[in-house]
Design a binder for this molecule. Structure first.
Ligand code: UTP
Length: 211
């Protein structure tokens, strides 16, 4: 069994220093981790740049996938972990920490995380993003938002509407959420590294638990 972490590009680029803390923390915990890195601002910038050359939608998604793998590969070098570009539906982890990125055009790294959680029998995905958790309203648009501590997948779907276009950005991809719901996998949305340990020790966390 592994524990899957969907490491949003927004976390990676917003919290460069915290990324070192995150990997140090993972190394301390006595678990196997599979970390799937998002593309973040680099992916969106590269997708925008590629649009000027009339790439197809599928090719634009592929640009995004390649960016997720640059991030995964660089992190694997920085923190001396394993790296793979295998199909997340077939991933079997045997190293303490393995990094990977996206896989199929039209998915997101959250989707990869959900499939990887199924194939590695993980009961939880930690979705590390820029936000502390899931709010009752979009925090990018509203100021008077309330953090939700425990929600079901139906509530998450209701809060994650948006088109599936290259560079799409969800707090947690609804396609991934469907896979998690079907396979009884909890999703912890947080930006607090300590929440990983807290959750594994059955302690109260600062972010949101979806199940
Ligand atoms: P992500 O959406 O996964 O990166 O990939 P992100 O935005 O950094 O992740 P979060 O939202 O913070 O968790 C960037 C883009 O790459 C393409 C999609 O177009 C996506 O919007 N992609 C990624 C795929 O087409 N397939 C994949 O398996 C992964």
């Amino acid at each position: 069994m592994s524990i899957v972490i969907s490491l949003g590009g927004s976390f990676l680029f917003d919290k460069k220093r915290d990324t070192s803390l995150l990997f140090n923390e993972l190394k301390k915990l006595n678990e196997k981790f599979l970390v799937i890195t998002g593309g973040g601002p680099i992916a969106r910038e590269y997708i925008d740049f590629s649009k000027d050359f009339n790439l197809s939608e599928k090719e634009l998604h592929t640009v995004g996938i390649k960016c997720t793998h640059i991030n995964a590969w660089v992190m694997s070098k920085a923190f001396k972990t394993d790296y793979t570009d295998k199909d997340p539906r077939k991933i079997k982890t045997n190293k303490r920490i393995t990094l990977t990125g996206g896989y199929l055009p039209g998915w997101t790294t959250d989707t990869c995380a959900a499939y990887a959680a199924v194939s590695t029998h993980s009961k939880v995905i930690f979705n590390m993003s820029k936000e502390m958790g899931v709010y009752d309203k979009d925090p990018r648009k509203f100021k008077d938002v309330k953090l939700l501590k425990n929600i079901g997948f139906e509530k998450l779907y209701a809060l994650t509407k948006g088109k599936r276009v290259p560079g799409m950005n969800f707090i947690f991809d609804p396609l991934a959420a469907k896979i998690c719901k079907k396979n009884n996998i909890a999703v912890v949305v947080t930006n607090d590294i300590e929440d990983i340990k807290r959750y594994l020790e059955n302690k109260e966390i600062k972010g949101t638990i979806v199940r």
